[in-house]
Design a protein around this ligand. Structure first.
Ligand SMILES: C[S@@+](CC[C@H](N)C(=O)[O-])C[C@H]1O[C@@H](n2cnc3c(N)ncnc32)[C@H](O)[C@@H]1O
Length: 208
């Protein structure tokens, strides 16, 4: 698994050009995520796990949700604290969701572009951790690539991502193990601003 220092290096170098931080990606992902959210968010507590810029969920605060960010990268934690100071969001430095179990419990957990950056060897641990910090009936919303990056893309990708393996999350469903009820398991073909050809993306909506 990639630890906090690795992600620190990524963000130190690519805070301004990491693809998932671009407005195009945020807009694209926001449109997809919104389809999985309840229409009324007021009074709901949402955790953005592996939040990166936090832009995917901060916008939900305007719709009445209370929003927390959790990140492994200290560099990003410092950036988030600066960027969202006085914005009424909680920001947690974590390596596993279990670390939040004494802090809060959530109605919605978003793990977006998260599992595809984590080896399947660890998926069970993360799913268990998410389960622990969710209220009964809460939703876990997951998005990620359904396929690994083709070699030509890896070769052209912003360093140090060339060294990273992006796991396809199409097998995630096999790790859920009766914990969650599967509400949606959907493949979506998306025209991603970063890739020449449309790519297959997968979303899971799970209910505790
Ligand atoms: C590809 S980025 C996606 C960021 C954001 N979810 C988005 O879609 O814009 C993956 C994020 O997960 C964070 N991350 C990786 N491993 C983590 C872990 N074990 N716990 C918390 N965050 C982690 C990274 O620092 C990085 O910000």
């Amino acid at each position: 698994m990639y630890n906090g220092e690795t992600w620190d290096m990524v963000y130190m170098k690519h805070l301004h050009d990491a693809p998932w931080m671009s407005d195009e990606c945020i807009n694209l992902y926001s449109r997809i995520i919104d389809k999985y959210l309840p229409s009324n968010l007021s009074t709901l507590r949402i955790l953005d796990y592996g939040s990166g810029s936090g832009k995917l969920t901060y916008r939900l605060k305007e719709k009445g949700a209370s929003v927390d960010f959790a990140e492994i990268s200290q560099y990003m934690i410092d950036w988030l604290k600066q960027e969202y100071r006085n914005c009424g969001v909680n920001i947690y430095k974590v390596e596993y969701p279990q670390q939040l179990s004494k802090v809060a419990s959530y109605d919605i957990v978003l793990a977006w572009m998260f599992f595809c950056n984590v080896s399947p060897d660890f998926w069970q641990i993360f799913l268990r951790g998410f389960y622990e910090i969710m209220n009964s009936g809460a939703f876990l919303i997951i998005g990620g690539w359904d396929e690994e990056d083709p070699v030509n893309i890896k070769n052209n990708f912003v360093i140090p991502f060339t060294a990273h393996k992006a796991w396809s999350i199409n097998q995630l469903v096999n790790y859920i193990g009766g914990k969650f009820e599967i509400i949606n398991n959907e493949k979506i073909l998306i025209s991603h601003p970063f890739y020449e050809d449309p790519r297959v993306f997968r979303c899971y909506k799970l209910k505790k």
